[in-house]
Design a protein around this ligand. Structure first.
Ligand SMILES: [Cu+2]
Length: 156
């Protein structure tokens, strides 16, 4: 009988940690963190490849990310990053800019948001739904001079 009580206490404790994280831990992601750094990144949709090059981007949390997105294709694509509210059409052979402050740490997909067909690439079928990349936003500890006096670093 006793072990069920321990089990119950254990479950309540886990629940408590979860609620605490949701209420306090997650808030640091919402804080207006900024490193002051500007990351200028160029992403290219290579001709008839239904890809983004580079496919993986890494920035620090708080960086201002300035994307230049170029397509070599003679048909439209789109750029969407749901996590940062970005959705823009990328016209054929065009170049667009998108900018955001990477306030949220984590991995976020950036993908083509405009149906753009499919084809064979190096013997494999690729298409619109394969045109997905990943932005990795590294959790950032604010550096010393920007941290208020007496504040300690919190680990995740
Ligand atoms: Cu597409």
């Amino acid at each position: 009988m006793n072990k069920y009580i321990y089990l119950l206490i254990g479950m309540i404790a886990i629940l408590g940690v979860g609620v605490a994280y949701k209420n306090f831990g997650a808030d640091k992601n919402k804080a207006a963190i900024t490193t002051g750094a500007v990351k200028e990144i160029t992403i290219r949709a290579q001709k008839n490849k239904w890809n983004w090059s580079p496919e993986d981007i890494t920035v620090n949390q708080g960086d201002t990310v300035r994307l230049t997105v170029i397509t070599e294709d003679e048909y439209d694509h789109g750029l969407a990053i749901d996590a940062y509210g970005i959705s823009q059409r990328l016209p054929a052979l065009g170049t667009i800019q998108a900018e955001f402050v990477a306030t949220k740490a984590g991995d976020f997909p950036f993908y083509c948001s405009v149906p753009c067909g499919e084809g064979m690439v190096d013997g494999k079928k690729r298409g619109h739904f394969d045109q997905v990349g990943k932005i990795h936003v590294t959790h950032t500890m604010m550096n010393g001079e920007k941290m208020p006096m007496g504040e300690t670093m919190k680990t995740q």
